[in-house]
Write a protein that binds this ligand. Sequence first.
Ligand SMILES: NC(=O)c1ccc[n+]([C@@H]2O[C@H](COP(=O)([O-])OP(=O)(O)OC[C@H]3O[C@@H](n4cnc5c(N)ncnc54)[C@H](O)[C@@H]3O)[C@@H](O)[C@H]2O)c1
Length: 311
Amino acid sequence: MPVPMLRTLVTGGAGFLGSNLTLKLLSEGRQVTVLDDLCTGFASNIPEGVRFIQADVCEPLVGEYDEIYHLACAASPDKYQAEPLQTLRTNFIGTSNVLELARRCGASVLFTSTSEVYGDPRVCPQVESYWGNVNSFGPRSCYDEGKRVSESLCYTYSERYQVRIRIARIFNTYGPRMAPDDGRVVSNFVVQALQGKSLTVYGDGSQTRSLCYVDDLIRGLVCLMHAQGANLEAPVNLGNPHEMSVKEIAEKVLELSASRSQIAYRPLPQDDPTRRCPDIQRARGWLGWEPEVSVEKGLAATIDYFRGQLT
Ligand SMILES: NC(=O)c1ccc[n+]([C@@H]2O[C@H](COP(=O)([O-])OP(=O)(O)OC[C@H]3O[C@@H](n4cnc5c(N)ncnc54)[C@H](O)[C@@H]3O)[C@@H](O)[C@H]2O)c1
């Protein structure tokens, strides 16, 4: 019996994670459509063989799909804070549209939520049952609260309309295909190191981040979409529990890129989280997933990628 080809929609498929995911789905023989308005993504990221719809996810959506990976939303603080109302709209209206489309055509939806739903956490590592410490009235709230309301929409469509949903709470992920100017910690450090500029560390650099290599994360997303069993509508943390201070990350980038750049300290932005580390027991138990790529290997591959981009 031939296996039926799944019709897959990737919203935000021209971005960093979306384009890596699209490549993975194509390699598995999926028929992929990318919907993206290119606000932070690039048409050049979309591989051949993919149907591309250039559109805002806030516009009504049509089509017939079996699976929808819903990634559309600017992820870098610089970008989502530049257009805060659009960030809120993308999360509320865009996620509503995706879930409505899924309800009509019977598709499964995987929503890419974020560790930012935990805000500046009082619990470390962050476990899914922790409800977070989020400031609803500040510059990051358009994203943090936007993602929280998106999770609530997923819950409601699952309860009310039995839409099959999956929620990945993604922790800092990095790797090839990140935009060099998107202002995230790894891309900033690598680009600065390769250009011989000082690496900008905010605060004293003691705040922590846990870095997940993109291949690990994408494997986790696909695994979560297809996992069967009870309770799988509940959010699942996907990230690397190896916690490092921002200063350590900067030093590792300098070492691996053999750069002579210095570290420059700048004031900490408002509401910058001090601790970030996922508890991944749920992902381990429910999906049999855990990260495999070491930070040395992942950073080295990322440095190679940016070296190619910058020359
Ligand atoms: N990369 C990470 O570390 C990380 C961490 C947590 C959560 N996430 C989530 O994963 C998803 C993808 O993140 P990324 O790192 O690839 O970001 P990205 O900015 O590289 O990609 C987002 C993509 O969505 C598109 N987009 C944004 N708003 C849209 C809209 N209204 N309509 C259509 N397209 C739109 C952009 O053009 C871009 O191609 C986001 O939802 C983000 O919140 C990422």
